[in-house]
Design a protein around this ligand. Sequence first.
Ligand code: G6P
Length: 441
Amino acid sequence: MSQGLSISILGGGSAYTPGLVQGFINKSKDVPLDRLVLMDIDGHKLDTVGHVVRHMLETALPKCELRLTTDRDQAIRNTDFIICQIRVGGLQSRHIDESIPIKHRVVGQETTGPGGLAMALRTIPVMVEIAAEIQEKNPRAWLINYTNPTGLVAEAIMKTSDIRHISICDEPMVLQESLGAFLRVPPERLFFDYFGLSHLAWARRVFLQGVDILPQLKDTVEHTPLEKIESLFGEEVLKDPKVRTELRNTLRIFRETGMLPSPYLQYYWFTDEILEQQIRSGRTRAQEVMQLEQVILDECRKAAAGKRPFEALRGGKRHADMMVGMLGAIADDTREVFIVNTTNRGALPELPYDKIVEVPAVVDARGAHPLAMGTMPVQVRGLIQAVAAYEELAVEAALAGSYGLALDALSCHPLVPSRKLAKSILDDYMAAHGESLAYLK
Ligand code: G6P
């Protein structure tokens, strides 16, 4: 790359930002960074995280210019890539998204089930606005979207805008990282036969040097006691209790199917078990994350005051390296394969042509070109198709501002047992979220 990149991060005050910045530092030889703009509507968080980022850059990339702003306009103009990781309504809204279904004895989760619909209905109008602003002010920039629910947000952007855009989720990257650690090879060396939707995808085969390694993994997993299993996947996985639980449940499914699912499949396969845990714990994941964020922001303050080095507790690791690698593939037109959320275009013939799907794609200066993954095993096809129909309706509901379509979407969701219950949950959301859902008529 002849010139360094200029990057903006919307939602730059997030606890994930230092981890992303670490990715740029790790990959700075291949993907040099000249300018970084962190934008956040929360000036307080922006300052705290900004301090740490400034320190990281001064130490590792002293020539990189850093700018902090609460003005979106400044982050959108004059930049090559706009990474978006905003959370509309913050963690308080996530708590509402997750707690209302639990009250109705339905799984309460950020992106899966009713929680995902509420998040989509709140987030899509803002993301459509951001895409329009990019189109007007900086049409040559790339939007790299991490904002959840990723697939639905991507679909809304694709339907309403022509901007250059790829949506990604760290989940497939964590999977690649974990399998790389298991095989003790860099994750980039693995090729995934992988299909589905964001937070509902499967790795059917994983190739190293042309050999599918999943039978070897299955054999190892079958001969390893459950409590020792995580150690097969390296230290990074062990550090985060949430990832550890997800990994255990993923492997329970892997033992039965021989395929590796997204960890979010646990909400469909172990619905009763998870719902019971959620009711018993009396706390939503949003509340846990609020606490974790406080710890991270305190760590940021200590690091900024020079009291200790900062360790990224959210994000970062190898998957930030992969994300930065993907930006490099776009900027340098190198045609590398990444698992991304992109328009289907026949890659999964059993899903609509225009649906946003999560599949491996060749990434180059023109964006993501999905690879044909073919038909899906019948055992999992129905669930993916049902969730795809829910997603389609949810996006339509947000774009049309339609309460009726939102109700149709929720009624179609496999985790919601009846239309009557769907209506009760939706009405509770309308009441609790107030202004942000008032556009649904
Ligand atoms: C995974 C998902 C993300 C999600 C993240 C954090 O990495 O792919 O979409 O935002 O977990 O989840 P948490 O519950 O810790 O906020």
